[in-house]
Ligand binder design. Structure first.
Ligand code: SAM
Length: 288
């Protein structure tokens, strides 16, 4: 059966009495080129174990099955169980786990399902949980590559550089751990039901080490979050409010880093945030 043909999908779903759930982000692909291209971009071969989040009726799963050594698909909606049992018949290397990806012990799953394989992620993500899912996948440290379709505006945030409206704390978190690329856009007309927004496929490639050395990684992300929590304010005001450090001290910190004391966080690159973090860290420890 053609899992991206609109009429075949409708017939399959009505035969099983399936109803789309908006809260589960259920927009299924109806254009064959999209799952094919996503799977192509994921860099799969027999040595790779692919984790898919949200197989839906299995159109991307089928493409992953053809290319990867093993596929593990985690799906929250149990109503899709009889449908996937039908559509994935013959995909011998696919295992489907019914559960919430946000409640899984990802390193344990990867260890159990992909012994001897290189773990990657490839998925059309449910858009309502994109940020927590990407955060959990990156923090697990398990995956060499993450190739996913997400909302275009989130894709732009993930990949944004300094001085742009999309630049923020989440993008900096992702870029600290991964190299980021936007690969291609997918219009709403490629889905049923059609979402209101355009989608983009991105690829995150795990870095061997962070782009620069920092004295205290947790402090770095406290600094970054504080800077963007109040992004219209100057960095001195935002950091003073977020970290409880006096403004005079923060002005000295910025001057030590060779920065203008009126600078805003959105103008700083990762290395700039690292410089400020190291200077705060140095002063904190000098006080001890
Ligand atoms: N892969 C299919 C496709 O491309 O046509 C479906 C993608 S659809 C955008 C997202 C899928 O994720 C749905 O099947 C939905 O039920 C599932 N889902 C939503 N939240 C989830 C969660 N927390 N854990 C696992 N799956 C989830």
């Amino acid at each position: 059966m053609n899992l991206t043909d609109y009429n075949e999908i409708r017939a399959l779903l009505s035969r099983h009495g399936f109803r789309f759930s908006k809260s589960l982000g259920q927009n299924f692909l109806t254009a064959a080129w999209v799952p094919e291209r996503i799977a192509e971009e994921a860099g799969l071969d027999g040595t790779v174990g692919a984790l898919e989040i949200g197989p839906g009726i299995g159109c991307l799963t089928e493409q992953l099955s053809r290319r990867a050594g093993k596929v593990l698909s985690v799906e929250l909606d149990k109503a899709l169980q009889p449908i996937l049992a039908e559509t994935l018949t013959g995909c011998e290397n696919v295992e489907v786990l019914f559960g919430d990806i946000l409640k899984q012990d990802i390193p344990a799953l990867v260890k159990e399902c992909f012994p001897g394989l290189t773990p990657v992620v490839c998925a059309n993500l449910p858009y309502n949980v994109t940020t927590p899912v990407l955060t959990a996948l990156i923090e697990s440290g398990c995956f060499k590559r993450i190739t996913v379709m997400i909302q275009r505006e989130v894709a732009r945030r993930v990949c944004a550089g300094p001085g742009t409206a999309d630049y923020g704390a989440f993008g900096l978190f992702v870029q600290w751990h991964c190299e980021t690329e936007i690969l291609f856009d997918v219009p709403p007309s490629c889905f049923v039901p059609q979402p209101k927004v355009t989608s983009s496929v991105i690829r995150l490639t795990k870095r061997d080490r962070p782009p620069c050395a920092v004295s205290d990684e947790a402090l770095l992300f406290r600094v970054i979050r504080a800077a963007f929590n109040q992004r219209r304010k100057t960095l001195v005001n935002a950091l003073s409010a977020g970290l409880g450090i006096g403004k005079d001290t923060l002005e000295e910190v910025l001057l030590c880093c060779g920065l203008d004391t009126r600078i805003r966080g959105e103008a700083l690159d990762l290395a700039g945030f690292v410089g400020i973090t190291d200077e705060i860290y140095r002063r904190n420890n000098a006080d001890l």
